[in-house]
Design a binder for this molecule. Structure first.
Ligand SMILES: [Zn+2]
Length: 119
């Protein structure tokens, strides 16, 4: 079992799958973030501007710092854009060899293999 995937609505935490309230009444986002840290909970990935990543209208979660998953535990091949923190999606019209990633936020394109070598 992985961590609980949660969504934030009006300073309350809800289970992203069942929609059930996990914990509410947080006085600040900081208090909420503190609660998330102490429990086995992950929040949706946001870009640098605080806009949540969305794939087909669903939030995306980052597990173990490297692996991206949808709410229903489907692994997705995504990369964080180095410019804006936006969601980098593999462009499918390219061949497998090129492995090109396109940012959904700012439109930046980069080679995924190149990015891996740099970091
Ligand atoms: Zn970007």
């Amino acid at each position: 079992m992985g961590p609980t995937k949660a969504v934030v609505k009006q300073q309350a935490l809800y289970d992203a799958v069942s929609g059930k309230l996990i914990q509410g009444g947080f006085s600040s986002y900081r208090a909420l973030a503190e609660y998330v840290k102490q429990h086995y909970i992950v929040l949706p990935v946001h870009d640098n501007a605080g806009k949540p990543w969305q794939l087909d209208g669903k939030p995306i979660y980052c597990l173990h710092g490297v692996q991206y998953e949808t709410v229903d535990d489907r692994r997705v091949h995504l990369t964080r854009c180095p410019d804006c923190g936006g969601m980098g999606v593999r462009t499918e019209e390219f061949t497998v060899e090129s492995d090109c990633i396109r940012c959904a936020g700012c439109g930046r394109e980069c080679d995924a293999r190149l990015e891996m070598m740099e970091t």
